[in-house]
Ligand binder design. Structure first.
Ligand code: UD1
Ligand code: CA
Length: 456
């Protein structure tokens, strides 16, 4: 059996009031459509096809991948019409799973239970009971509780509008049957559209016993039509991730105030304070503590390291037992070994800092190699850029850099060297010696402060 996932994404998304196609709006840092594509990959279909609309080239260009089939629906004549456009492109597919690009949180396990129904039926439908079913197609059942058809909101009678079981739109159908039924669907309805949902009544007429499957939660089948719904699902998503984290042994100061946009791996006894955002691939080893308002993007933090409030870390590695922040910024290609201290208003870029070194206040360290047990005083700057090229600074083990030093790269500070505060270092400095460049201090005797002129 060959399974094809078919994702409908030709909608205009007018209610988003946006220049960006709806399915490219992001949820947890990733386009809505990417969520659906990634979930369909988890069930290993033989092919994945996406139906995009006129002007949806942006979608295609943005999400292109080798395993995706892009099918254009030139005119938007309804969900049935969309699937009809796709059929000729679904080569060798025996079973079709229909999904929606704007229903991002559908889960793999729900799709697996839907597909398992195809063993005993030609059509399986994902339905759910809603307190407020307004706007959705309603599932009509007979006296024996068998599904007989779906009626769209706009075509429904007053009695049918009272039905609370709704069509999520998501279904799995045997391909031959889908093709036969769709060829019989017309557009004689309130919206003059070819409704995919009309195949239900046609299947029933063919004697098919339609199976209904329900999702684990409503949010799985909720669509995004406007920014309010998007925000609701965004919060729901992070709240779920927060619950998973707590179950795995992480303490969260407030599970309602954490955003996990990507993969977050955590060890034991990790603590995460309020308003932390993680992006991309982040790993926090055992005992890591993350302070409030910290942003972590693609980074690995070692055992027992503390990241204090308002620090921003991107594409970097931090060893164990380090203390970073508050207000520290670690930029791409930064590697800190163990027991390193980085304090407030320190920026480090493309640099390696070895064990036990301290850069505690107001410094810029870029394109540098800092040895172990180095102390870098407040206000130290590596001047790595001449306006055209970047140069490296190398600081040997145990060096002590006095406050407010400028290190004009390329330059090497020897092991155990001391640099006097306020120095501008332009040449390599010898190991174990004191080097300083500083104008001599002098005082003027009998100097009188200027005073304001008296007014006439
Ligand atoms: C559809 C269902 C309805 C269900 C609801 C669930 C039909 C006729 N109705 O209604 O029973 O309760 O979804 O949300 O199927 N699309 C295309 N091409 C088209 C038309 C739609 O790709 O020509 C895509 C849209 O991008 C969207 C999806 O199909 O992702 C659903 O279309 P929409 O117009 O929103 O259908 P609803 O009226 O909401
Ligand atoms: Ca819709």
């Amino acid at each position: 059996m060959h399974l094809g996932a078919l994702i409908l994404a030709a909608g205009e998304g007018t209610r988003m009031r946006s220049k960006l196609p709806k399915v490219l709006h992001s949820l947890a840092g990733k386009p809505l459509l990417s969520h659906v594509i990634e979930t369909s990959r988890t069930i290993n279909p033989d092919e994945i096809s996406v139906i995009y609309g006129h002007g949806g080239e942006a979608v295609k260009n943005h999400l292109a991948a080798d395993d995706l089939n892009w099918i254009e629906q030139k005119e938007r004549l309804g969900t049935g019409h969309a699937v009809i456009q796709a059929l000729p492109h679904l080569q060798q597919v025996d079973q079709v799973l229909i999904l929606y690009g704007d229903v991002p949180l559908i889960s793999g396990p729900t799709l697996v239970s839907l597909l398992s129904c195809l063993h005993s039926s030609d059509l399986a439908l994902l339905t759910v009971d809603l307190q407020d079913p307004t706007g959705y197609g309603r599932i009509v059942r007979d006296r024996d509780d068998r599904i007989t058809r779906i009626v769209e909101q706009k075509d429904a009678s007053a009695r049918e509008l009272e039905i609370s079981e709704i069509n999520t739109g998501i279904m799995a159908v045997n391909r031959d049957k889908l093709e036969t039924w769709l060829s019989r669907v017309d557009n004689n309805n309130a919206q003059n559209e070819y409704y995919l949902t009309d195949i239900i009544a046609l299947a029933v007429a063919d004697g098919v016993n339609i199976q209904a499957v329900h999702p684990h939660n409503e949010e799985e089948v909720m669509g995004v039509n406007d920014r309010k719904q998007l925000a609701y699902l965004e919060r729901f998503y992070h709240r779920n991730r927060a619950d998973e984290l707590m179950q795995s042994g992480v303490t969260l100061a407030d599970p309602g105030r954490i955003d996990i946009r990507g993969e977050l791996k955590t060890g034991q006894d990790v603590f995460i304070d309020c308003n932390v955002i993680t992006e991309g691939s982040v790993s926090l080893a055992d005992g890591v503590s993350i302070g409030p308002n910290v942003v972590l993007k693609n980074c690995a933090i070692g055992v027992d390291t503390e990241i204090l409030a308002n620090s921003v870390l991107e594409d970097c590695e931090v060893g164990s037992g380090c203390r970073i922040g508050p207000f520290a910024r670690l930029r791409p290609e930064t590697q800190l070994a163990d027991q390193v201290h980085v304090g407030n208003f320190v920026e480090i870029k493309k640099s390696q800092v070895a064990d036990g070194s301290k850069i505690n206040h107001l410094s810029y360290i870029g394109d540098s190699e800092v040895g172990s047990k180095v102390n870098i005083g407040a206000g130290t700057i590596t001047c790595n850029y001449d306006g055209a090229n970047k140069f490296r600074t190398v600081i040997g083990d145990r060096a002590f850099i006095g406050s407010d030093t400028q290190l004009i790269a390329p330059v090497t500070v020897g092991e155990g060297a001391t640099i006097g505060a306020g120095s501008t270092i332009t040449k390599d400095t010898p190991a174990e010696q004191l080097t300083l460049s500083r104008a001599k201090q002098f005082s003027i005797d009998n100097w009188v402060r200027p005073v304001k002129k008296a007014k006439d």
